[in-house]
Write a protein that binds this ligand. Structure first.
Ligand SMILES: NC(=O)c1ccc[n+]([C@@H]2O[C@H](COP(=O)([O-])OP(=O)(O)OC[C@H]3O[C@@H](n4cnc5c(N)ncnc54)[C@H](OP(=O)(O)O)[C@@H]3O)[C@@H](O)[C@H]2O)c1
Length: 347
């Protein structure tokens, strides 16, 4: 058991923050002291932890004194604003935002895939994009057996991927539509209830949106395969929680479906779930609240002799964000990697 440490959750009231709280409790994380931080909007509100009532504080310059680990889930601009203060206070920040993911000095970690890369960090470790983590955990065990040459992925992303308020908005919109009203979207750009739309992250000049480019660039960084071919189409769907993904993998040589099933069934962080008799494969309601990424409907691609098709569902708030971050913190404690080995990062 590692020595207990002082932890701060930055963004404690959000979709990811409240899940972090639950995980620290249920996994019995070695905690000495826990501090809950958010914006001034939530200061003074309370959250429960292990039967105790903790008061949320507005983040400020002195918030990180005596803190060992900051689990940050308050968005990219907040992470950028506080990173220097956190690192200078001697804490390590495990950051759920995209602020530092592609910084070459900052490790981008999925503990089941590249734990060793976390050893050399500059006080910041990035948690990958949620959709990318779910795909990476599912396909990396196959990639280890035979390198993947090309990935074609289409995603079906839940409302909670855009935060707690987006999830509430879909519930309110659904009720309004059932009452015969026309709801006005406030958090998401378009009505999501009884609808879907291509992912709402900004478009880049490639014609791909930022979420799609995260899947491309972050998968390459996590796998340490800078030229891996990846193309993604990301779609927001009116599901409250858990993302689904249809993944087509191309290998150099044929990859047998039976072997793929066997590997998935034995790999950490994933669970094979398929009943071909019943036409039953992973659904968001199966994945919600679960740690494992569910994988099923593994098929030979009939259009390509070296292609495999997979269908996955995973709780993007849990393995796609909070659980992966807590696993990173646990790894740092177990390996005694809390102190930065790389001196500075430009923040
Ligand atoms: N939701 C997901 O599935 C998911 C998955 C992977 C990664 N992420 C990433 O995780 C981060 C949090 O996402 P979320 O979905 O949890 O968002 P959220 O539900 O909207 O929560 C945002 C949190 O950040 C806090 N916050 C906002 N502005 C702040 C500021 N200026 N200073 C301090 N705290 C501030 C909020 O506090 P108040 O209560 O005071 O407003 C709240 O606690 C984002 O970077 C997101 O991209 C989310």
């Amino acid at each position: 058991m590692s020595k207990p440490v002082n932890v701060a959750i930055l963004g404690a009231t959000g979709a990811v923050g409240t899940e972090l709280l639950e995980l620290l409790e249920s996994r019995n994380f070695p905690l000495n002291n826990l501090k809950l931080l958010a914006s001034p909007r939530s200061a003074g509100n309370t959250l429960k932890f292990k039967g105790e009532t903790l008061t949320i504080e507005a983040v400020e310059e002195s918030s990180f004194q005596d803190i060992d680990v900051v689990l940050a889930s308050a968005g990219g601009s907040t992470s950028k604003a506080w990173a220097k203060t956190i690192v200078e206070a001697g804490a390590v920040m495990v950051d759920n935002s995209s602020a530092f993911r592609m910084n070459p000095e900052v490790p981008l970690i999925v503990p089941e895939i590249n734990p060793e890369a976390a050893a050399n960090h500059p006080g910041i470790i990035a948690n990958p994009n949620c959709t990318t983590i779910l795909m990476a955990v599912a396909i990396y065990p196959l990639h280890k057996i035979q390198p993947i040459e090309r990935i074609v992925v289409s995603t079906y992303q839940s409302a909670s991927g855009a935060g707690a308020r987006a999830m509430e908005e879909v519930k309110i919109q659904s009720q309004a539509i059932l009452n015969g009203e026309q709801p006005q979207p406030e958090i998401l750009p378009y009505p999501l209830a009884f609808n879907l739309f291509p992912h709402n992250s900004p478009l880049t000049d490639t014609g791909y949106c930022e979420e799609e480019m995260k899947m491309v660039n972050e998968t390459r960084k996590i796998f340490n395969e800078p030229t891996l071919k990846v193309t993604a189409t990301c779609v927001r769907v009116p599901v409250l929680r858990a993302h689904s993904e249809a993944i087509n993998l191309e290998f150099k040589n044929p990859f047998s479906v039976a072997q793929a099933r066997e590997i998935i069934a034995q790999s950490p962080g994933v669970k094979l779930l398929e009943d071909w008799q019943k036409n039953y494969f992973p659904m968001p309601i199966d994945a919600s609240g679960k740690d494992d990424v569910l994988v099923g409907r593994i098929r030979q691609d009939i259009s390509h002799p070296c292609g495999l098709e997979l269908w996955i569902c995973g709780d993007q708030i849990r393995k796609g964000a909070a659980l992966n971050a807590v696993q990173i913190a646990e790894l740092l404690l177990e390996e005694n990697w809390l102190k930065p080995k790389v001196s500075t990062v430009k923040v």
